[in-house]
Ligand binder design. Structure first.
Ligand code: ISL
Ligand code: CA
Length: 533
């Protein structure tokens, strides 16, 4: 089996809580996903990344797992999960699941047991008599107290960190991974995988965000763990892994994915997700296309194999952030799609991106459900930021922007009940039903682009050669066996003169351009050209 079979995949991320509700409780579920598998199949993707459906008290929407080998009843049963895997396979679609092993829920039996000093589970977690100065990803101290001791939680206090210095934790997680791989899943998206090993619990250098990160960010111990998981588990299955690796640069990314390292297969970097902020994501700046183009080019040139994404369940929707969700919504959504699917690497599409869904239209704080959003709002209140500024912070950056229910029809079509999170009112004009019937829709453009991508050796395996990256224009060439496809994108709302004269056959255009004689690129225009040999 060609170990790198995953290179030719196109992955579609489903956030189960917001995809489709089948039992009228306003919450998305597994039978709902099964109902929509034909839609996913028609899109043309061949892998689904399923965000967590494990047993969880939902403090962090399932990224707080209370039992790795059972299903949250809100999402269905283990039989439903087995059926989903089978029904997906019947359609040529594989499933990767979210492996969240930096922490469990505080309601996991291991953690409940570990609260007893002399329990054999005590060292499954990180307990101390007094906290150090580390801070959480969700703001505030990374420690909370139970009984007379403190435990570490890099995320919420209901997400206690596992102690990866303890070989028993390695044993337990290997069992969990085998349980799911034996069920026929195709691998894992590994949650915050490069922070799981803590090399010291000493006080960290005081920082505005993530004090203490020098002791857990991409430590050597983490590489050892990944090599062991690969050797003892993953290499015995047809599988792949994509790591979610916060804060990594291109070298640290390669140190996790180069084949000879035998650790992960690819990683989600964040550098391109940080081009419109000052020091942290809650302080957004005006988006400058050239910054995004520069970072994407750097990762294309320096990283062995990229996991290309512009949206996910943690990020504001790319269309609202990097495109134009008002005037040029359709054109800019198609341009961003072309960009993401013609870069070198494995493309990831987030649910709703394929129909041009936008950020949420929340009007008040109580409409937000994300724990991180509420903690940041509380901190900003404590810091006496004015209310209008606090609301602006969360309107721009809250993870709930990406978690609004999937818009299946003008009336919503997600649930017959009030959804767990407010559906965007623009479902009346942005929805799957209308998109299917409209030949010029973003959805039909995605389908065409995905089929071009899946049939093109050049786009799957070709080199990346930057051609032009100025004034908001991004042009690059993909070359394979002396054939070349040129990807041209205007990331701005202004028409721009083509800086290079191209010739060749147009294979895709978001303005249905016939030829290259018109040397003016329209606002958010994208063109895919097969260069004459
Ligand atoms: O949004 C983020 C990136 O800027 C971070 O706030 C995010 O929490 C971080 O990247 C880690 O994300 C992952 O782990 C978290 C969970 O809340 C996120 O949903 C998950 O993607 C803890 O499990
Ligand atoms: Ca439901």
């Amino acid at each position: 089996m060609n170990r790198e079979h995953w290179k030719n995949s196109i992955v579609y991320q489903i956030y189960p809580r917001s995809y489709k509700d089948s039992n009228h409780d306003g919450i998305g579920d597994i039978p709902g996903i099964i109902e929509k598998l034909d839609y996913v199949k028609d899109l043309g993707v061949n892998v689904i990344w399923l965000s967590p459906v494990y047993a969880s008290p939902n403090d962090d929407n399932g990224y707080d797992i209370s039992d790795y080998v059972s299903i949250n009843p809100e999402y269905g049963t283990m039989d439903d999960m087995d059926l989903l895997i089978q029904e997906a396979r019947n359609r040529g679609i594989k499933i990767i699941m979210d492996l969240v092993i930096n922490h469990t829920s505080d309601e996991h039996k291991w953690f409940i047991e570990s609260q007893k000093i002399d329990s054999p589970y005590r060292d499954y977690y990180i307990w101390r008599e007094k906290p150090n100065n580390w801070t959480s990803f969700f703001s505030g101290s990374a420690w909370d107290k139970i009984g007379g001791s403190y435990y570490l939680h890099l995320f919420s206090k209901k997400q206690p960190d596992l102690n990866w210095n303890n070989p028993k934790v390695m044993e337990e997680i290997q069992k969990v991974m085998k349980f799911w791989l034996d069920k026929g899943i195709y691998g894992f998206r590994c949650d915050v995988i490069n922070v799981i090993f803590k090399s010291s619990l000493a006080n960290g250098k005081k920082r505005l965000v993530l004090t203490g990160r020098e002791f857990y960010h991409s430590q050597e111990g983490c590489h050892d763990i990944l090599r062991t998981l690969r050797k003892e588990v993953l290499d015995h299955y047809e599988s792949f892994t994509v790591g979610e690796t916060v804060l990594v640069n291109t070298k640290e990314a390669n140190d996790l994915i180069l084949p000879e390292r035998k650790e992960l297969d690819m990683v989600f970097g964040f550098e391109h997700m940080e081009v419109d902020q000052i020091n942290n994501k809650w302080f957004k700046t005006k988006f400058k296309p050239n910054k995004l183009i520069k970072v994407l080019t750097k990762w294309q040139k320096e990283v062995y194999w990229n996991a290309n994404y512009l949206s996910n369940h943690d990020q504001p929707r790319a269309l609202s952030r990097f495109g134009d969700d008002k005037v040029y919504r359709v054109e800019s959504a198609k341009m961003l799609a072309t960009l993401n699917l013609t870069l070198k690497g494995t493309p990831y599409i987030y649910q709703g991106e394929e129909i041009g869904m936008t950020n949420g239209d929340f009007k008040s704080l109580d409409e937000y459900k994300d724990i991180e959003t509420h903690r940041i709002y509380a901190l900003a209140t404590k810091l006496k930021f004015p209310k209008w500024y606090r609301m602006k912070m969360i309107r721009k950056t809250s993870r709930d922007n990406a978690r609004t229910p999937m818009q299946w029809s003008p009336g919503g079509g997600f649930s017959s009940k009030k959804p767990w999170l407010k559906m965007n009112e623009n479902t009346v004009k942005i929805n799957v039903l209308d998109s299917i019937q409209n030949s010029d829709s973003i959805l039909n453009y995605y389908k065409e682009l995905i089929s071009i991508r899946r049939e093109s050796d050049i786009l799957m395996n070709g080199s990346f050669e930057p051609l032009y990256m100025k004034h908001g224009l991004f042009m690059f060439k993909r070359v394979h066996t002396n054939q070349a496809i040129i990807s041209i994108s205007n990331l701005t709302k202004r028409a721009k003169k083509m800086p290079i004269k191209f010739s060749g056959k147009i294979i895709l255009s978001n303005y249905k351009r016939e030829n290259m004689s018109d040397q003016l690129l329209k606002p958010y225009e994208s063109i895919l050209l097969m260069e004459e040999a």
